[in-house]
Design a protein around this ligand. Structure first.
Ligand code: GDP
Ligand code: MN
Length: 399
């Protein structure tokens, strides 16, 4: 799960990371009021969307008067911001963050990520702040400092000092840098984050180390431990298909093809999509119903997959270990009866209670295409979809 910049800044500042003073606004009037409250002469108005690259896309504006704040807000509220990270459809702007502007002396890149090969949190820093990390690693790879943290002891002071020295930071700022790094590391660990990125971390004209931008992502599987973080979820920033599925406890991935896939387990989903491609088709999406799916859950999955207008055929591929084929079959039958689906539906079941499952499908009287092996299922799904397309007649029951 991702959160907004202002939310990440609040979390990080609770862990001792210094941030500029700022306040949130939901309207241009409120933004102007916030600026007056903050005082000073210059403010930065920042569109709050779950994406970086806002600066270049017009989502970050320096303002010196109330009029400029209104103007900046008019260009943001209710509009979509398209950056290189949002995709062409962009992300809606419904909140802006108003901050006191600071004079920047130096910009530093700071990121904390999970490094899979060392199985450690890795701190990545560069003296080339303000640029995206991808560009830094392409253009100035020698500027990147990497340091992995031993989880048993956490980020040690000497290690944080080494990073500060490697960045060529003025020794007078070392203590502030150590505090920032340790704060970020503790926030990462204690909140079950998967990513913390501060780009840029700046040294101001009056020698303060400040997080000018902040991004945090969290491990969805650990959110149950952090109700206060779960509450920060903003659905206006998510793919509606995926958030609808998440609300129902299902994981859904939208793709571009025409065959909807209902599977259990990510590995089986991958194999199913590969096999569909091998058979000459393209998956429209995949929906993982997980283990122990009740008939109701399967029916819900069907509704979700069918709400995707790209879908022209459905392939259900279940290997029941914890699941039960008879429950899955009941769910399929329930959904087909309820939804009056007029497209080919192919079902392949294997594992626990497979005979009962097959019987339920066969006795339902519904035009369900059954298959035994995965390749057979994929070929039937692709074949039925093609047939539907070319003849515009419905392919129906195979006993
Ligand atoms: P991003 O483009 O989405 O990563 O948004 P950022 O929060 O990083 O803002 C983009 C750029 O705006 C930063 O890299 C800074 O150069 C600039 N910026 C943001 N806040 C300030 C500020 O208070 N003072 C100055 N001078 N520049 C700022
Ligand atoms: Mn940034």
């Amino acid at each position: 799960m991702d959160i907004h910049e202002y939310q990440a800044k609040e979390i990080l500042s609770n862990f001792g990371v210094a941030v500029p003073s700022g306040a949130l606004a939901y309207s241009p009037e409120q933004a102007a009021y916030r600026a007056r409250e903050l005082g000073g002469e210059k403010w930065i108005v920042k569109a709050q969307v779950h994406a970086g690259g806002r600066g270049k896309a017009g989502g970050v504006k320096l303002c010196g008067t109330e009029g400029e704040i209104y103007e900046a807000c008019d260009g943001m509220f209710g509009r979509k911001l398209v950056t290189h990270q949002t995709g062409p459809e962009g992300k809606g702007i419904y909140r802006v963050y108003v901050e006191s502007a600071v004079a920047i002396d130096r910009e530093i890149y700071l990121g904390l990520v999970l490094d899979r090969s060392s199985q450690r949190v890795m701190i990545v820093a560069s003296s080339e702040g303000g640029m995206e990390i991808e560009d830094i690693s392409a253009e100035r790879p020698e500027s990147i400092v990497r340091s992995t943290v031993e989880p048993a002891v956490g980020l040690q002071e000497f290690q944080a000092r080494e990073i500060a020295f490697a960045l060529g930071l003025d020794p007078a700022l070392t203590q502030q840098m150590v505090r920032t790094l340790q704060g970020c590391y503790r926030a990462f660990r204690e909140c079950d984050a998967t990513m913390v990125e501060i780009n840029p971390l700046v040294v101001t004209g009056d020698n303060r180390v400040l997080a000018l931008d902040a991004k945090m992502s969290f491990d969805d599987n650990a959110l149950f431990r952090h109700p206060q973080i779960s509450e920060l979820r903003d659905k206006s920033q998510e793919d509606p298909r995926e958030s609808r599925a998440a609300d129902r406890g299902l994981s859904y991935v939208g793709l571009e093809g025409s065959i909807g896939c209902i599977v259990n387990g990510a590995g089986l989903a991958m194999a199913t999509m590969d096999t569909i491609k091998l058979a000459g088709g393209e998956p429209a999406n995949f929906l993982d119903i997980g283990g122990g799916a009740s008939p109701e859950r399967v029916a819900k999955a069907f509704r979700l997959v069918l709400s995707d207008t790209n879908v022209q055929a459905v392939l259900v591929n279940i290997f029941a270990g914890i699941n039960r084929c008879d429950w899955v079959a009941e769910g399929v039958v329930q959904a087909l009866k309820e939804l009056q689906i007029d497209m080919p539906v192919v079902v392949r079941l294997a594992g626990t209670n497979v005979e009962e499952g097959q019987k339920i499908l066969a006795q339902s009287g519904l035009p369900i295409i059954r298959a035994t092996t995965l390749i057979e299922a994929a070929e039937r799904a692709v074949g039925a979809w093609r047939n539907d397309l070319s003849q515009n007649t419905k392919v129906r029951a195979v006993k």
